[in-house]
Design a protein around this ligand. Structure first.
Ligand SMILES: Nc1nc2c(ncn2[C@@H]2O[C@H](COP(=O)(O)OP(=O)(O)O)[C@@H](O)[C@H]2O)c(=O)[nH]1
Ligand SMILES: [Mg+2]
Length: 401
């Protein structure tokens, strides 16, 4: 039998991240989604043991097991299962850096929905410029009355509003992984999985992607190192990558190293070429393993060089969650001196504001010029988040020098 996705054209990829309090049923949902869709030839069926095993082994570095993959009628979904209790995982994979196309917020029916349990993940996803949000009220089998499920859904919408996301526009799915496991096909069983995929298909816009653009592949985890070959995982943010291609690895210090692509593995399928939007494993040959780190990026010869000066705009400010802070004013955001760091891709670097630039107006937009502690690969249009003492400022790179 040919397994899901092993042959034929690949549908365009959408990167999904599931967030929610610990124990809200995220991992179980990921498993039942693959179970239901595998029945239609639209997923690799995964087990709890496979996903949980990946976490226990210390791990996000033993293999790309924390991803599951499934597809709808028109797109393929690469789904990152996120345990809520792993600060390092959040920082690397979601922390302002890795771009997700959609975030699914899971809360358990009948449990209180606390803003504090979601605030950090939601802030970080907003910082990363996530394109869409979906809600999922899980474990509805635990509620004797439908009213309890209504209440959880209303509480989720309210909390999302409080966290800066339009709670009214949020599509919310209701379902029970337990019922799916038990073979229930109705709306709270397998029907919920189909409703979920339908929401993804309808509500998530396919990002504009240009496979002809210069390559940008930020490394989000290093799965294996050995001499001159390293196995890494990451998402292609721009352009495309081809087997045997010669590219550059920009190390954590900004230095460039020649590298050859010795393997491309898309969650079990060997590829000759992959393009923007795909999350995959890449075997790199050439650079010494010291340079291959989370935060390093693979780029092509035509790619912009790493820069030490960047100009950014700020669209929104997320105030610190602890303590009272004045409202972020609509006009100029005054960046407090000191303690700044800029996040781009999977990288984070100390920054200082050039004294002349405190929200200068240029062609109608407010811009801020930053000097970085070391060069980073920053592209025009790249989402950037500036951590300041007065909050996390969300914006975009306008220019790198
Ligand atoms: N009653 C009920 N329990 C569930 C359901 N889904 C998951 N669970 C249980 O809830 C616990 C937490 O689930 P898990 O998927 O690990 O949550 P995560 O921490 O969000 O990944 C586990 O013991 C699951 O068996 C459900 O639909 N109904
Ligand atoms: Mg889990």
């Amino acid at each position: 039998m040919t397994s899901f996705g092993s042959t034929g054209a690949l549908k365009p990829a959408i990167n999904v991240g599931m967030i929610g309090p610990r124990g809200s049923g995220k991992t179980t949902l990921a498993v039942v989604i693959t179970k239901v869709l595998a029945g239609r030839g639209r997923a690799y069926a995964r087990t709890i043991e496979e996903l949980e095993g990946a976490y226990r082994k210390g791990v996000y570095y033993s293999g790309p097991n924390y991803y599951v993959q499934y597809e709808g009628a028109t797109r393929r979904y690469i789904h990152l299962d996120q345990p809520a209790d792993r600060a390092g995982f959040r920082r690397r994979h979601v922390g302002g850096l890795r771009q997700l196309d959609v975030a699914v917020v899971v809360v358990a029916a009948g449990s209180p929905v606390a803003a504090s349990a979601l605030a950090r993940s939601v802030d970080e996803l907003r910082a990363a410029g996530v394109g869409a949000w979906i809600g999922f009220v899980s474990m509805v089998d635990r509620c004797a009355r439908a009213r309890e499920v209504d209440e959880t859904e209303a509480a989720l919408r309210e909390v999302m509003w409080a966290l800066g996301v339009d709670g009214d526009a949020l599509p919310v799915i209701r379902g029970s992984a337990t019922l799916v496991m038990a073979g229930e096909r109705g709306v709270w069983g397998a029907g919920a999985v189909h409703a979920y995929v339908e929401a993804l298909e309808r509500r998530v816009r396919l990002p504009a992607r240009d496979p002809g653009a210069a390559l940008l592949l930020p490394i989000e985890s290093v799965l294996n190192r050995g001499g001159s070959r390293c196995l890494v995982a990451g998402k292609i943010e721009r352009g495309a990558i081809t087997l045997h291609e010669r590219v550059s690895l920009i190390g954590a210090d900004g230095s460039a190293h020649a590298a050859t692509i010795a393997g491309l593995d898309l969650l079990g399928r060997e590829l000759r070429r992959a393009s923007a939007g795909d999350t995959l494993c890449v075997v790199i040959r050439g650079p010494s393993e010291d340079h291959v780190r989370v935060g390093s990026v693979l780029v092509s010869a035509e790619s912009p060089r790493p820069a030490r000066f960047v100009r950014i705009t700020i669209d929104d400010v997320i105030p610190p969650r602890d303590g009272a802070v004045e409202e972020a004013e609509a006009g100029v955001f005054r960046i407090p001196p000191g303690g700044l760091s800029l996040r781009v891709h999977t990288d984070e670097v100390a920054a200082s504001l050039l004294s002349s630039s405190q929200g200068a107006r240029l062609d109608g937009v407010l811009v801020y010029d930053l000097q970085l502690a070391r060069p980073v690969v920053a592209w025009e249009g790249t989402p950037a988040a500036l951590q300041t003492r007065r909050g996390l400022a969300l914006g975009r790179v306008i220019r790198a020098l």
